[in-house]
Ligand binder design. Structure first.
Ligand SMILES: [Zn+2]
Length: 278
């Protein structure tokens, strides 16, 4: 019976497996290099999505269909990807209601949907700098800068803070260029781009520089002054400019493109928005 306890010394049978594992590792390494080269060369990720699909519930899908305009603009394949991303987002973030607010499934679905819409062209769509979504019923007092706020992104606490009332108005009225969710998610995305070096962040940095360069052109400056197209808050600083730019891009792409075609083009590349008619 001791036979079973004997150590088997002959391990040559393992060799083919070992070779296979080394070869696979090497191929994966080559793929990563090619993936990065491709992203730099063509300004977009080679693959945004691998094969795994998680799904949301039927009720959540209904919310997207009935209340989320962008979802209806997607192809069948993109819808499946979108549902996967919304499901992952909801599973990985902690939603916390403030001032007695009860967080509903509808709130989670719509907040996740806005985040995943803005990051839909990216491979890394999950906002690594956000762990918590704090939801207030309406405007709240911010200890971060001692003012009343509709929303804020707090990187120290890894929290996105939203007034539900203003968030709802943001996505529901789709053409007033005010979208609180987009605005705050853009702050988180921009800071992530500053801190990481993955292909999405590299692309963000590159297109952000193009946008800044564009803004130094006299003709663009003149046009910004004349048209007063972007609301004045955009010119507070670089971060607010990008957040407001994203709101305009999402809400009124046709008008934006008409007024500032180059800025539109850089923003589209920055977000890799090649779907839903953008
Ligand atoms: Zn802001």
């Amino acid at each position: 019976m001791t036979y079973f306890l004997q150590v088997e010394n002959d391990t040559t049978w393992l060799a083919p497996y070992a070779y296979a594992i080394v070869l696979l590792g090497f191929l994966l390494f080559l793929f990563r290099i090619f993936e990065n080269w491709y992203a730099n060369r063509f300004d977009r990720p080679l693959l945004r999505h691998y094969l795994v699909y998680k799904n949301i519930s039927k009720e959540q899908e209904k919310i997207l269909e009935e209340e989320f305009h962008f979802y209806g603009l997607l192809s069948k394949r993109h819808k499946r990807e979108f549902r996967h991303r919304v499901a992952m987002f909801i599973a990985n973030k902690k939603f916390v209601g403030r001032q007695g607010l009860e967080v509903t499934d509808r709130m989670k679905t719509l907040i996740a949907a806005v985040g995943c819409m803005l990051s839909f062209g990216r491979k890394h769509y999950e906002y690594s700098l956000i762990d918590y979504i704090l939801i207030y019923p309406e405007e709240f007092y911010s200890t971060m800068n001692e003012h009343h706020h509709k929303g804020e992104f707090n990187p120290r606490e890894k929290a996105l803070v939203l007034s539900w009332k203003d968030f709802e108005n943001g996505y529901r009225i789709t053409d007033d260029n005010l979208n609180l969710g987009i605005h705050e998610f853009m702050h988180a995305m921009q800071l992530e781009a500053k801190k990481s070096r993955d292909l999405d962040s590299t692309r963000f940095g590159k297109q952000f520089q193009n946008i800044l360069k564009r803004l130094t052109h006299q003709e663009v400056k003149n046009k910004l002054d004349e048209t007063r197209y972007f609301r004045s808050y955009a010119f507070t600083n670089q971060y607010e400019f990008m957040a407001v730019l994203a709101e305009y891009f999402i809400e009124s792409p046709i008008e934006f493109k008409e007024h500032f075609p180059e800025l539109y083009d850089h923003t589209k590349k920055l977000l890799n928005f090649g779907f839903a008619g953008y």
